[in-house]
Design a protein around this ligand. Structure first.
Ligand code: ADP
Length: 489
């Protein structure tokens, strides 16, 4: 167990706030103890961020030099892949195979925004008047806030920090209470890669204290948040009061649709991965399954077979599919949803319990669970559970399917399984979701915008647009002729 320092304005030191711990969800042991950031730590981080982003050495740094820092971060991540994956697994209990993928994706994100920063172009519109040249350039916002959840820290943190830095801002990162270690390690990587001091500070601590103060700070010019819809709505109010942009990546209750002509094996495996990987602790988890009546029995039989064979185990054990949930408290909330499903008339087809294996007793493990017999109006189908719980529902009529799939406050993602691509594309146009996967699920490309419809969020991350979202445009008018103004003649 080590005493962890935090990173403020380029300096490693003990936080001035309350003591906190990072706990390994597999056995409840303490990974590290640390002190949260205090409000005066926040002031220091903002002040040094202000100095750092305004410094001409940074403002005038050539794009390829800025890109080089991000490439070096990616190099360091790739060189330390296993170690970083272990750290991430210790912080949140995800199996190593998954955290390795997340670590690699973080390196890819750093490289993408390195390239994007070199390719960024201003705009040169054709002016509507003669003797004028107008152009629009992108400038950084200043000191910006990134607030992240515990489920995929390295990926979600890089998704914010890399474009924010590429855009020329100073970032203050507030990681989730449960997972401070990865964010702090990320700061170390940026420091080693040569990022000037003050451009990145990491302030662990409670959302309601340090996260709130960060978002409200008058000098913070953007809030980029990934987390629950309730907190997201609150932060949208904070941003509205300050009139600053807010990018919100929130919850989901994503429908997965199996049409009668689907490749059953492909669909069953994709659905299994879409809901049960990460123990269902993913905003994009495909938690509502709509199956066309004709293939309901065959699809369900295969899905149950695959689910029952999933290996629940220690995050570091080879072949583990499902590690522990983030905490015993979170597992309790998932279990209560399973009990609610039964009270709402659902039938438990598999899972629903804490695994009996005594070697898993110290961790917050939970079995992958499939329920049928509920309708889409039930609470279990409307509320985000954020755990390994899937509800299967048959459908016969396509119009009814679309109505039910869209009958949700959320609109993050959807999946369609069919051999009829034209039909899939037509359906995809009718689904209210920021991402639609066809014959695949939960795969990502950093060049493709990601974000939610409805209460799943505001704004998009990734892609070139994901870089511009950390900038503001300045339009410049240059008179190219003798544009004497005769108004005061
Ligand atoms: P989750 O359910 O994923 O924990 P939260 O929305 O509670 O979702 O948390 C996501 C992130 O938001 C965490 O870093 C958390 O500390 C932070 N957070 C929670 N409440 C606030 C708040 N009032 N202001 C700013 N950040 C907050």
């Amino acid at each position: 167990m080590k005493e962890q320092q935090i990173f403020i304005g380029g300096v490693w030191r003990c936080g001035g706030g309350a003591p906190m711990q990072s706990i390994f969800p597999a056995d409840g042991s303490v990974n590290a103890t640390l002190n949260a950031a205090s409000l005066s730590d926040l002031e220091e981080a903002v002040a040094s961020g202000e100095r750092a982003w305004r410094n001409p050495g940074w403002r005038n740094m050539l794009p390829h030099q800025r890109a080089q820092i991000l490439h070096r971060v990616a190099d360091l991540i790739e060189a330390r892949l296993d170690e970083l994956a272990q750290l991430q697994s210790r912080d949140n209990g995800k199996p190593l195979a998954e955290t390795r993928g997340l670590v690699m994706s973080a390196a890819g994100t750093a490289r993408y925004f390195a390239a994007a920063c070199e390719l960024l172009e201003g705009e040169l519109p054709t002016p509507r008047q003669p003797h004028l040249l107008t152009f629009s350039r992108y400038e950084p916002l200043g000191v910006v806030a990134a607030i992240t959840p515990w489920n995929s820290p390295i990926a979600s943190e890089m998704q914010k920090v890399a474009p924010a830095i590429a855009a020329g801002n100073a970032v203050i990162l507030k990681p989730a209470e449960a997972t401070p270690l990865m964010a702090l390690e990320l700061a170390r990587l940026f420091e080693q890669a040569g990022l000037p001091a003050g451009l990145l500070s990491v302030l662990p601590g409670k959302g309601s204290i340090i996260g709130d103060a960060l978002a409200r700070h008058p000098q913070v010019r953007k809030i980029s948040f990934t987390g629950g819809t309730v907190t997201g709505r609150y932060l949208a109010h904070v941003a509205a009061e300050k009139l600053i942009p807010a990018s919100l990546e929130l919850g989901g209750k994503s429908p997965t649709i199996v049409l009668e002509d689907a490749d059953i094996e492909l669909a069953a495996r994709g659905i299994c991965y879409g809901i049960f990987s990460s123990g269902g602790q993913a905003c994009i988890a495909g938690s509502r399954l709509f199956i066309q009546q004709q293939v309901y029995p065959v699809l369900m039989a295969r899905l149950l077979e695959l689910t029952r064979a999933l290996r629940i185990g220690h995050p570091f054990a080879a072949g583990t599919h499902i590690g522990p949930l983030i905490s015993a408290q979170h597992r309790q909330s998932v279990m209560e949803y399973v009990q609610l499903a039964q009270r709402e008339g659902g039938t438990l087809l598999c899972g629903g319990e804490i695994p009996a294996d005594p070697t898993l007793a110290a961790g917050s493990y939970f079995q992958p669970t499939i329920i049928e017999g509920l309708n889409n109006q039930t609470r279990v189908c409307q509320e985000e559970i954020f755990g390994p719980v899937l509800v299967a529902m048959p459908f016969s009529d396509e119009a009814d399917l679309i109505r039910q799939a869209n009958d949700s406050i959320y609109g993050l993602a959807a999946g369609i399984w069919t051999r009829d691509t034209g039909r899939a594309l037509r359906l995809s146009e009718q689904l209210e979701a920021g991402t639609v996967w066809i014959n695949t699920y939960k795969v990502f490309s950093v060049s493709t915008p990601f974000g939610g419809f409805k209460q799943s969020g505001l704004g998009r991350e990734k892609g070139i647009q994901g870089l511009k979202a950390w900038m503001q445009q300045k339009s410049i008018y240059l008179a190219t002729g003798n544009g004497m103004n005769h108004w005061c003649d």
